[in-house]
Design a protein around this ligand. Structure first.
Ligand SMILES: O=C(O)CCC(=O)C(=O)O
Ligand SMILES: [Fe+2]
Length: 305
């Protein structure tokens, strides 16, 4: 299925050509989810969460971002001001991390990302009782920003290998609003697996966790395509630790902020990566929520690890 607005897909200002883009396929929710995940490497699920719960989570987060001067009135439009008072209120990494922890632990957000709907889906996939990391990767991406191309494995591999990422947009995400892409069939790429398997970004600080090729160069080298879609409140995307993914530049002409949260699920009786569990997860480098780029004022950037 062709995607519209093809000129809108850029990554770090590089235009992704039409022949390299395709739509993600929706999972068949009445068929075996784990088989579809194994075959395709991802599950695009529509209408998992209650859309009004997602809207409540969105309102909760936007209110907190507005408190630090990052969202223009009316707040519900989610347009960034381009400025920030976050550092004024929270001057160092510790305080920025504490602020982001409090946003990431909002009850409306947790109702969505850790709620019974997604838990039910994960239990269907794993075929047993599941649990989730207490740590959550909430992201507020202002226009002009993208996430680097990577696999999740090097960032979270101290527990069970039986781990899944759930990428949950917190509100609608249009095709030009910095939506997520995956590289088609990348879950089967043995060279990427060989390069990264066993790498732990907190133990080996000399190596980067993300992929250094530009996403387009990688897609060309592997004869792959960028699979993507737009999202409505309630939808999510599930994938494993070796699926290559990242986000397009947020090219919202209105300057709309892209809100999303990734959550990790695993079987309940298997070991959990200790960095991301408990009440005060230490996360990367012991920084807690301060390790996330999202803990910085929205208009600041940091070199990805
Ligand atoms: O939301 C993004 O920009 C990146 C998300 C991601 O890397 C993930 O879900 O693992
Ligand atoms: Fe990721």
């Amino acid at each position: 299925m062709p995607l519209l607005n093809l000129d809108k897909f850029t990554i770090k200002d590089e235009v992704i050509p039409a022949e390299k883009l395709a739509s993600m396929l929706e999972a068949h929710q009445s068929k075996d989810l784990s088989a579809q995940l194994r075959d395709n490497g991802y599950l695009l699920l529509r209408s998992v969460y209650n859309p009004s719960d997602v809207r409540a989570a969105r309102d909760e987060i936007l209110k907190r971002l507005a408190e630090v001067g990052e969202v223009a009135e009316p707040i519900s439009d989610a347009i960034s001001t381009g400025t920030s008072e976050r550092r004024l209120h929270y001057p160092n990494t510790k305080e920025l991390g504490a602020f982001w922890k409090s946003v990431s632990e909002g009850s409306a957000l947790r109702r969505v990302i850790n709620g019974p709907e997604i838990t039910g889906v994960m239990e269907e996939i794993f075929g047993e009782k599941v649990t989730h990391f207490s740590f959550a990767w909430l992201r507020a991406m202002q226009a002009g920003k993208a996430s680097p191309v990577h696999i999740d494995h090097p960032y979270m591999n101290r527990g069970t290998k039986n781990l899944l990422t759930c990428w949950c947009p917190i509100g609608p995400v249009g095709l030009d609003e910095g939506t997520l892409y995956i590289l088609e069939n990348s879950h089967t790429w043995s060279d990427i697996r060989a390069q990264f398997e066993g790498l732990d970004v907190d133990r080996d600080k000399t190596r980067l966790g993300h992929i250094e090729d530009t996403p387009l160069a990688l897609a060309e080298r592997k004869s792959s395509r960028f699979l993507t879609t737009s999202f409505n409140p309630g939808d999510c995307l599930i994938f494993g630790m070796f699926m290559v993914h990242g986000s397009f530049d947020n090219n919202s002409p209105l300057g709309r902020i892209r809100l999303s949260c990734d959550t990790r699920f695993q079987p309940i009786n298997q070991p959990m990566d200790p960095r991301f569990s408990g009440k005060n997860p230490l996360a990367h480098s012991g920084l807690g929520y301060g390790c996330l780029t999202a803990s910085l004022p929205m208009n600041e950037t940091r070199a990805p690890r």
